[in-house]
Ligand binder design. Sequence first.
Ligand SMILES: [Zn+2]
Length: 474
Amino acid sequence: MRRHAPRALAFLALLAAPLSAQRPTIAVGVRPYVSVDTPVVALTHARLIDGTGAPARVDQTVIIRDGTIAALGDARSVIVPAGAQVIDLTGKSVIPGLVMVHEHLFYPTGPGVYANLAESFTRLYLAGGVTSMRTGGNMNGFGDFGIKRDIDAGRKPGPWLDATAPYLEGPGLGLDQVHELTGADDARRMVNFWGDAGATSFKTYMHISRAELGAAIEEAHKRGFKVTGHLCSVTYREAAALGIDDLEHGFFAATDFVADKKPDECPGQGAGQTALAAVDPNGEAVRSLITELVRRHVALTSTLTIFETFVPGRPLPPGLDILEPQLRAQFEQRHAAVAKSASSPYIALYAKAAAMELAFARAGGLLLVGTDPTGGGGVIPGYSNQRALELLVESGFTPLEAIRIGTLNGATFLGRADRVGSIALGKQADLVVVAGNPSARIGDVRNVQLVFKEGVGYDPAKLIDSVRGKVGLF
Ligand SMILES: [Zn+2]
């Protein structure tokens, strides 16, 4: 690209570009969900929240051409090209497509069973404004890579996927869907096997040993892949020293504060959380761990949406009506039971862990966000991504910071910030149109009206209607 070309020349070059240069082909199966499919689109008179954390700008126009942001600026000064489809966004806001990093294409449907819901989940994520996401662990084997290929080819609607391999986990979990590593060589073998199969990301789990984790990181890094972990047997400090790229669930999974922690042994998630509940969030132990993670450039993924379902007194999560009725009833019963556990340790733990995530970000750490639709259910793709931003604001972030965490921070971690994650000239047109002003009221991110991915506008209502009452079946 000629970065220093004079403005006029750059403009001519844009005009001369072939009309379908970067736009994906849209297959018959995707068309019912598409409401805007013209090469040149002008979004006029919008409030623009660009994802960098900069203040919102009012009365802005964005020109999308062939899937790319070709112009943006004050509505008075940006010229709308002849033939453009003009969409007047007076009273509405445009934010970048969400980039969420602890998502899943499976859901707990029964005791110890995680069903492959890739078809419905990818539609719900897109409907909720998620245009890029990393899956934070895979229970579907080859299924995640298959749907990624279908989405990339325009055969199915959905976000761009950084698809993880099946979990890298040692013995101890006892889930029949999860392979148990037999040592460091096995970890290397798995990274290469799944890397060849289409995985671009790796999630390590609670019972992995330091040797296996170190081997997996080394092998993944050789191929340019990143490794994250929901850890327990390995402490955050140990994982950081081994070169892990990201840690899941904020500090909820840290066993660093367990007094008699034995190397390579998971003392149980409960022991880690009991220790966390007793720690002083402003004390030296926490400060020192945060400093170490920031120094080693280890990102941290906030997943408050899943922990919220364990806390009594919280509202029913949004989006339950899209579940298949039996699954919906199952979750509502669970929510009612949680509501009665007034002495739940999660009340204090949640507040403390949320405060520590804020402290990590304030210390210069790269905080990411995801939703984790697992646990006992109730974390609904799309809806929960919007809820996740609300919970960051509840934790003490400003709405603009929360939006940045859910957009540019995710893109930065994924190495894609040059293309997505913020609204800027030349970037991919991944944009979400919402009614209202989420820079003042973060809850307005729930009012998604249109989702652009690579310049193609999807209708969230149509995507949701296609799965309503059936989520759990496919
Ligand atoms: Zn997860």
